[in-house]
Design a protein around this ligand. Structure first.
Ligand code: DGL
Length: 280
């Protein structure tokens, strides 16, 4: 059987991408993962596509040092704003979170309206709508930015918190009137608020988790390329962050579902030096 024992690179604007890593480790327990969280420059969700693309390119350059067989853009905002550009510049398989989420939404909605919640930058990019319409033109797509959810999760608030319930009522409940069949959780942090979001949208609306769908896509792509690892040993997770490794360890556990052990700080200077693809 062809195989590839090299690592998979994963990156996010910060800690949220660990929800994608969590699903990847569930489906691909023997793979080695090298994760980069840009904790010095988070959030990306309020930044321009130009800046998100610049940061993403620097991170991909950094991850190339580990000779990955694939890079997963675990951040919805970076997938929405930067992935097409990254695909032009880098010659290795890149998987984002938008297309897998859109594909599952179209499948599950069966022609009925689809709602998407995400950061401001992801909604403004219209990437989910475009990805959905490339699969099923004309299906109604309703999008809503929910910027304060990210801060609420990072503060440790969960679905039982009254602030989260109020935010969900304000952001999500109005979508109910548009009668969606499916609601896409188009941000790394939203899976942690699934219960509150489900309460606000109603039990008849199916929630699509981009993190789960992305892990499935990573598995399918590696399998199709004969690039799954053949290692019988359990895989591992090595993390690099651009600021505050201690906070990443503490909060990361909630995103990953178990302690985050191996976290190293990388200075932004080092990242910028790694940016071999910067325009001259
Ligand atoms: N990781 C981002 C996303 O999925 C959320 C946090 C941020 O705004 O950077 O869009």
């Amino acid at each position: 059987m062809p195989h590839d024992d090299r690592c998979i690179g994963v990156f996010d604007s910060g800690i949220g991408g660990l929800t994608v890593v969590r699903e990847m480790r569930r489906r691909l327990p023997n793979e080695r993962i090298v994760y980069f969280g840009d904790t010095a420059r988070v959030p990306y969700g309020i930044k321009s596509p130009k800046v998100v693309t610049l940061f993403s390119r620097q991170i991909v350059d950094f991850l190339l040092r580990f000779d990955p067989k694939m890079i997963v853009v675990a951040c919805n905002t970076a997938s929405a704003a930067a992935l097409p550009e990254l695909e032009k510049q880098f010659d290795l398989p890149l998987v984002g979170v938008v297309k897998p989420g859109a594909r599952e939404a179209v499948r599950a909605a069966n022609g009925r309206p689809i709602a998407v919640i995400a950061t401001e930058a992801t909604i403004n990019s219209d990437a989910y709508r475009r990805a959905i319409h490339s699969l099923l033109p004309r299906v109604p797509v309703h999008q809503r930015a929910c910027p304060l959810f990210v801060g609420a999760v990072e503060e440790g608030r969960d679905s039982d918190d009254r602030v989260v319930a109020a935010l969900a009522e304000d952001y999500v409940a109005p979508l109910r009137g548009l009668d969606p069949a499916v609601l896409v959780l188009g941000c790394t942090h939203y899976p942690l608020l699934k219960t509150a979001i489900a309460r606000a949208i109603g039990s008849e609306v199916l929630l699509v988790d981009s993190a789960e769908q992305t892990a499935e896509t990573v598995h399918a792509e590696l399998n199709a390329r004969g690039a799954l690892t053949a290692s019988p040993a359990a895989g591992n997770l090595t993390c690099y962050v651009s600021d505050n490794p201690q906070r990443f360890r503490e909060i990361g556990q909630r995103f990953l579902g178990h302690p985050v052990v191996d976290v190293t700080w990388v200075s932004l200077d080092e990242l910028v030096v790694a940016d071999a693809h910067a325009p001259a």
